[in-house]
Design a protein around this ligand. Structure first.
Ligand SMILES: [Zn+2]
Length: 280
């Protein structure tokens, strides 16, 4: 709108619309020239009707370099404080910021790294890598801290398909359960716990891999470890319970009556919720 004139000249602008009036030939009304932009009457150089600056102080500030920098800083600060802007999550232990783990709108994204000292029972020096998307854990990988080799990993695909890869031996089943529960949604809680006293192994004798529903993955763990399970009556299962059917070598959803006949003693747990992993 404002056409810049030579800088030596004294410039003036319409006080109402800030149209540049410097050196224009004017149509006059009642002896006053008229702003071609908004029609206001003015007198050149009159501070009541003209102004020497193209914009008011606020707009001039906003358009200035300093103004832009300050506005950007204020927006960044407000965005940071209100979680509108993503920010890296500071690890619990105060170690250096992990730039692959972010918080945005109050939920986690990216990959969180946890030294095994934070939990888990795997008897090696390992790191847990927890992959978050929109505040939900999508994958857990346990890697050797020194060489980065994957010991085991679990991830949940979009359609309730779980994949468990155990690439080493001597992985404690409770660590796998931690990972498996971490990537599960609350409605995928089967209500089974592992009976450590009656199970054959606490550590797997050989590597294995399984892809399928959560009950298929648990079933494969039961087979690989020789686990004994306890089952609970939880709201998810609408009165039925999950058991391991030794004949079929698979997890099966049965009535409480049938579970009792199979030797299970299903306890009712109406408050049962998905167990929370140690980092949560
Ligand atoms: Zn005007």
């Amino acid at each position: 709108m404002a056409t810049p004139g030579p800088s030596s000249e004294i410039r003036y602008f319409c006080r109402r619309c800030r149209y540049e009036l410097t050196g224009l030939g004017f149509r006059e009304i009642d002896g006053y020239p008229q702003c071609p932009e908004c029609g206001s009457l003015f007198r050149p150089g009159d501070p009541e009707t003209t102004t020497p600056t193209p914009h008011g102080p606020v707009r001039r500030f906003v358009h200035s370099r300093t103004g832009k920098v300050m506005l950007a800083m204020v927006l960044l600060f407000v965005g940071y404080k209100t979680n509108v802007l993503p920010r890296p999550v500071r690890p619990f232990d105060g170690t250096a910021i992990n730039w692959s783990h972010w918080e945005w709108f109050g939920v986690d994204h990216g990959t969180q790294r946890l030294p095994s000292a934070w939990g888990g029972t795997t008897p090696r020096w390992v790191n847990w890598e927890v992959t978050w998307r929109w505040g939900r854990v999508r994958a857990v990988r346990v890697v050797e801290a020194q060489f980065g080799a994957v010991i085991w990993s679990v991830d949940r695909g979009p359609n309730g398909v779980f994949r468990l890869d155990v690439d080493a031996t001597a992985v404690d089943w409770s660590d796998l359960l931690t990972g498996l529960n971490a990537v599960s949604r609350p409605d995928e809680f089967l209500g089974v716990t592992i009976d450590g006293d009656r199970s054959v192994h606490q550590e797997n004798p050989r590597p294995f891999s399984v892809t399928g529903t959560k009950q298929e993955v648990i079933g494969e763990m039961v087979r690989q470890y020789g686990l004994a399970i306890r089952t609970l009556v939880v709201p998810n299962n609408h009165g039925d319970v999950w058991v391991f059917d030794a004949e079929a070598q698979a997890m099966r959803l049965v009535s409480v009556q049938e579970a009792s006949e199979m030797g299970y003693d299903p306890a009712r747990d109406d408050q049962a919720v998905l167990p929370r992993p140690f980092w949560n």
